[in-house]
Design a protein around this ligand. Structure first.
Ligand SMILES: NC(=O)c1ccc[n+]([C@@H]2O[C@H](COP(=O)([O-])OP(=O)(O)OC[C@H]3O[C@@H](n4cnc5c(N)ncnc54)[C@H](OP(=O)(O)O)[C@@H]3O)[C@@H](O)[C@H]2O)c1
Length: 221
C-alpha cells in the first residue's frame, strides 16, 4: 500500500496537555516563527488535507504564505458535502490552489454540481458512514499527489493513525495548559485499548525556538 499512496506528514500545534484547540474552538496556538515553519512545509508537499470539522470551525484558507510557491491541492474530507459553499477553501484563490472535496459515493448530484461550478473537484469514495480513506489515498496518488501534509483535526488524525497512514509527525508544543474535556486533542476517536497496540514512532529531531519546542517523528518500521 505504501507506494500506492502519498507520503503523509501529520502536522499540528498542541498545548502541553495535548489540546489542539480550546473548549470553545480557539485554535490560536502557534507563534509567528512556527507558522513560518508550517508554511515552509506546506510549500514542499503536493497537497494539504483537513477534515470537515476544521473547515466549519476555523474556515481556513489553507494557503501558503511567506514563500514563493506554485500552489498545491487543498483536500477536504466531507462525507456528505456539507461544508458551506462560500468556505474560504472554495473561494480563496482557486486559480492557485485546486480544491478537492472527498465525499461518499451516494452523494446528491445536485450538491456535487454546485461545488463543481465553483471549480472544486469532487472525489467519491466509500459507501459506509464516512469517506473511505484508503480509496481516497490511492485516487490522490493517481492524480500525481505524492506527499501530503495532514493538518487534522483530532477526529481525522485518529482515522489516519488507526489506518496506519501517518509516515511522519511534526508537532509543535505551545508552552501552556488549557484543559477541558471538550477541548479537541491531537488525536480523538475511540483509541486503542492497550499501549502495546499504539502506533510507534522514532523521535528524529527536537528543535527549540523561544519557549516552543518542535518534535519530529518517523513511523517505526
Ligand atoms: N492546532 C492544530 O494544529 C490544529 C490543526 C487542525 C485543526 N485543529 C482544530 O481541530 C478542530 C477540528 O477537529 P475535529 O475533530 O472537530 O474535526 P476534523 O478532524 O477536522 O474533521 C472531522 C470530520 O471529517 C469528516 N470525515 C470524513 N471522512 C472521515 C474519515 N474517514 N475519518 C474521520 N473523519 C472524516 C467527518 O465528518 P463527516 O462524517 O460529516 O464527513 C468528521 O466529523 C478545530 O477546532 C481546529 O481548530 C487544530
Amino acid at each position: 500500500m505504501k507506494n500506492e499512496r502519498p507520503y503523509i506528514i501529520l502536522s499540528a500545534a498542541m498545548t502541553i496537555d495535548g489540546k489542539i484547540a480550546s473548549k470553545v474552538g480557539d485554535p490560536d496556538l502557534s507563534d509567528n516563527s512556527d507558522w513560518r515553519e508550517v508554511h515552509k512545509l506546506r510549500k514542499k508537499v503536493d497537497a494539504i488535507l483537513v477534515g470537515k470539522g476544521t473547515i466549519i470551525k476555523d474556515n481556513p484558507k489553507l494557503h501558503i504564505k511567506y514563500y514563493e510557491h506554485k500552489g498545491y491541492y487543498r483536500v477536504i474530507l466531507d462525507s456528505n458535502l456539507t461544508i458551506p459553499i462560500d468556505s474560504q477553501v472554495v473561494t480563496y484563490k482557486p486559480e492557485i490552489y485546486t480544491t478537492i472535496i472527498c465525499t461518499k459515493e451516494d452523494i446528491s448530484e445536485d450538491r456535487v454540481k454546485k461545488f463543481e461550478e465553483k471549480g472544486v473537484t469532487v472525489i467519491k469514495a466509500g459507501k459506509k458512514e464516512r469517506v473511505d480513506l484508503l480509496k481516497v489515498m490511492s485516487i490522490l496518488k493517481t492524480k500525481g499527489i505524492n506527499s501530503i501534509i495532514l493538518e487534522g483535526g483530532g477526529t481525522l488524525n485518529w482515522s489516519f493513525i488507526k489506518n496506519d497512514l501517518v509516515d511522519e509527525i511534526r508537532l509543535t508544543i505551545a508552552p501552556w495548559i488549557i484543559g477541558g474535556v471538550d477541548a479537541i486533542s491531537l488525536v480523538e476517536g475511540e483509541g486503542f485499548k492497550k499501549m502495546i497496540d499504539g502506533k510507534r514512532f522514532d523521535l528524529i529531531n527536537v528543535e527549540q525556538r523561544n519557549n516552543y519546542v518542535t518534535l519530529n517523528y518517523k513511523r517505526k518500521i
